[in-house]
Design a protein. Sequence first.
Length: 101
Amino acid sequence: MKFIISIILIIVIFALSIAIGSANDQVVSFNYLIAKSEMRLSVLLAIVFGSGFIVGWILTGYFLIKYKIKHMATHRKLINLQKKYDEQMSNLQQTNLTKIN
């Protein structure tokens, strides 16, 4: 459900940006480090919004993968420690049983 709501929200944001961008037919001068370009404001808004969206997804994916890998390593350590603990407890129970007898 959360995924569906987020997809709908993204579609609404894209639709609003297209609607706002289509109303801006003004030609603007855009200076960047290498060159200078003249383009319509709607195209510039679409480029900036789209590139920001892509960069955001890339960064989110990077941190999500990093978190998942860290979580898997921690989970593996926990399983190993649980096995050691279970072995020690069984050994302790066996020694207690042999001392009682």
